[in-house]
Design a protein around this ligand. Structure first.
Ligand code: 4AZ
Length: 301
């Protein structure tokens, strides 16, 4: 009887528990899988409370899968070895390069700079269902399409937003996040950041971290970045905390406001520098682009 009740509930809702078995993607032979960052460093910053990451506050914590069921880690690598660096540090290494956010079963929202420029000809795969880079949890999903915003400008970082179409992700613990409504476009107050990016010590984090940040008003942020005229406008949101910020490796990842996606990690002057907040692509501003891009691809165009 209990079971019947359960299944009738499930039938009425779009429950997305695994419909089929999803084996892990086969490891790719002859390819190094690496946890090192560009500088060959990696840390698990929360071994010691005091050296936790930029993505860190007094109540800092490693994030659990439940807290961040939509967090993606974008892994990228080149087939050809292109530098003299040790394999595990070079372009050849298959490793975490950027964050991303699952916004629909087959769509990841990320930053354009994560897939443009030198990353254009990297092979990419998206890891979901995991909060640790170093174990075998979660699963890698194939990237079917990379769609940077048409007007992304690598110099000014304008329109630093992109969509990745992946194999549909139905897996326990993996769930898309809702996008912020335009009525909350001017959200202020505190929001949360998540990522595996650089920490206070300069290395990447092997575990997903989160922290709280405050959303700035646009005028204050324009002043903070007055040396970059025109870059702070209604298409971005600025946020940081007293000692928390996103950093390299967090790019493409989420800024979350009341369980909704508010921003996409884009750029900033350094990391966790007082008076220099992180700059995020504002999801509400790109809502049309996101919706129409997903819809047209879904119709196969
Ligand atoms: C980066 O290099 C980067 N403090 C990302 C975020 C911020 C700075 C740099 C924000 O990808």
């Amino acid at each position: 009887m209990g079971l019947a009740l359960l299944s009738s509930c499930a039938a009425g809702r779009d429950y997305s528990w695994p419909k089929f078995d999803e084996p892990d993607e086969e490891p790719i032979n002859n390819l190094a899988t690496s946890l090192y960052d560009e500088d060959g460093r990696i840390e698990d910053p929360c071994r010691d409370e005091n050296d936790c990451s930029y993505v860190h506050s007094v109540h800092n914590a490693p994030a659990s899968q439940q807290m961040a069921p939509w967090q993606a880690s974008i892994w990228a690598y080149k087939y050809q070895r292109t530098s003299k660096l040790p394999v595990e540090q070079g372009d050849w290494a298959k490793r975490h390069r950027c964050g991303g956010t699952l916004i629909a079963r087959e769509w990841i929202l990320t930053a354009a700079h994560c897939i443009a420029g030198k990353y254009r000809n990297y092979t990419m795969t998206v890891r979901l269902g995991s909060t640790k880079l170093s174990d075998r949890s979660g699963r890698f999903y194939r990237v079917l399409k990379k769609i940077p915003h048409k007007y992304y400008d690598s110099r000014t970082k304008a329109n630093d937003i992109a969509l990745l179409q992946i194999e549909p992700a139905y897996r326990n613990g993996v769930r898309p996040i809702s996008l912020i409504g335009s009525n909350q476009a001017g959200a202020n107050g505190s929001a949360n950041i998540f990522g595996y990016g650089k920490t206070r010590n300069g290395g990447s984090s092997a575990i997903l971290l989160w922290a709280s940040v405050d959303v700035w008003n646009m005028g204050a942020c324009q002043q903070a970045y007055s040396h970059y005229p025109g870059r702070i406008n209604s298409s971005v949101i600025c946020a940081n905390g007293p000692s928390t910020d996103t950093c390299q490796g967090d790019s493409g990842g989420p800024l979350v406001f009341r369980n909704k996606l508010l921003g996409v990690v884009s750029w900033g002057d350094g990391c966790a520098q007082p008076g220099r907040p992180g700059v995020y692509a504002k999801v509400a501003h790109y809502r049309n682009w996101i919706d129409t891009t997903m819809a047209s691809r879904a119709r196969g165009r």
